[in-house]
Ligand binder design. Sequence first.
Ligand code: NAP
Length: 316
Amino acid sequence: MDERRYEIAIVGAGPAGLTAALYAGRALKRTLLLESGLPGGELLNTEDVEDYPGFDRITGPELATRMTDHALAFGAELVAARVTAIVPQDDGFKRIELEEGEPYYARAVIVTAGGQPRKLGIPGEEELAGHGVSYCAVCDGAFFKGQHLAVVGGGDAALEEAVFLTRYASQVTVVHRRDQFRAQPLLVERARQNGRVDFLMDAVVEEVLGDGSRVRGLRLRRGDGRVEELEVGGVFIFVGFLPNTGLISDHAEHDAQGYYLTDANMMTSVAGVYAAGDVRAQLTRQVTTAVGDATTAALAATKQVEEASPVLPAAV
Ligand code: NAP
């Protein structure tokens, strides 16, 4: 057997990738799970998870550890490597190219590569990243004890993280570019009920102000054109997410934001390449939807692999 040929390869070991590995391993397929960092994906940046059935509350890292142990128990091989391209071959296999080292090959590939936070792209943001500009409240919140912070954005992440940051901050101002939130009403209500959260609506952040080594405020343009400064010690930016969907060499259909479009079996428009989790176009991006879609992808990939090379009945 060629050591670098697998039946199913999975790219990215967040909740979707770990679930796909569990199901593919349990179906006794030779399964490769590729991950450039630690397994767990966005769970590693999440303090508490309280909407995963069966766990009324569990920390993100603990859920990540449990999912990893569970996935690997069924035989999937976890390899640390950054995938750079997935290239369909004439024989039906896909070549999986890596940043370093020889490529792998797999008959079916499941892309569960997640993504990264969207940037505002304004002056001061990049220069002050790590010096008061952050994209992860769980990672950096504790550095801002007793300070006034800004959270930029109006989605679930912004409202949830604003409340989280009140553990440390004296005050958290949510700055949103519109006069309505995109976030779920429950999360908006929780933020409104929190005495340390206030809101600046119709406010577009034009610049992160600082002295080079730390943030000292934001320059904002209000809906009526007024320009204001908000003095804060740090700014947490939660304005959405950019999926890692540049890996498939053939054109894979996607929506306007770049998320892969799939069929009901989670297959992309490229035969034998599946997608689940944050790379896939869907109504919401929850751990529960990621694991559900990854289950479908793994079982569909298993069926595809078995149709291409049927399983022989066990000798009697
Ligand atoms: P999101 O839902 O896409 O919201 C992004 C927010 O950022 C929107 O309010 C948007 O404003 C704003 N925004 C985008 N670009 C901007 C820019 N250039 N300048 C200023 N504001 C900008 O992203 P998200 O909050 O990261 O959530 C992503 C997904 O994860 C969602 O599906 C969400 O449901 C899920 N999530 C769920 C939970 C939970 O259930 N507990 C927690 C976190 C995330 P507009 O509204 O004006 O477009």
